[in-house]
Design a protein around this ligand. Structure first.
Ligand SMILES: [Cu+2]
Length: 147
């Protein structure tokens, strides 16, 4: 690779990682719109591979912990009440929860690019949904938006 090509390669790398990767926000809310409580907002989000999501807890009682994720993805489990930014570099569908509010239906779904593992995520949800005593329908609605 000559110097000119190396320069073009370096510039294209900077552009692909810094300009095209987007940051998104998901709020982890105690009180949400419409009288709802213990809810991710938005509960379903579709992003591009390489984008980041900043999870923002409304108070000290929430976090974000992965439940089901693509095979080559890294599991996450953020500290309680702490804002965290995670890069999603593996394509697929992620199901995650707020650890202490799982039973109250505080879960969310993230789609990164192509939903190649959707069936595995749906199967996992079927296995664990009996532990969610409120707002199960939220997760059904989120999964229905995966396309
Ligand atoms: Cu919570």
């Amino acid at each position: 690779m000559n110097v000119k090509n190396l320069f073009i390669f370096a510039i294209s790398f900077v552009f692909s990682s810094a300009v095209f990767a987007k940051n998104h926000q998901v709020k982890l809310l105690t009180m949400a719109d419409g009288g709802q409580s213990m809810m991710m907002s938005p509960g379903f989000i579709k992003i591009d591979k390489g984008d980041t999501i900043t999870f923002i807890p409304s108070d000290a009682t929430h976090n974000a912990e992965s439940i089901a994720l693509p095979n080559n993805a890294t599991a996450f489990n953020s500290a309680m009440g702490t804002e965290v930014t995670i890069t999603f570099s593996a394509e697929g569908v992620y199901l995650y929860k707020c650890t202490p509010h799982f039973a109250l239906g505080m879960l969310g779904v993230i789609q990164v690019g192509a939903p190649n593992n959707l069936e595995q995520v749906k199967n996992k949800w079927q296995q664990i949904k009996s532990g969610v005593v409120m707002n199960q329908e939220r997760v059904e609605q989120y999964l229905a938006q995966v396309k």
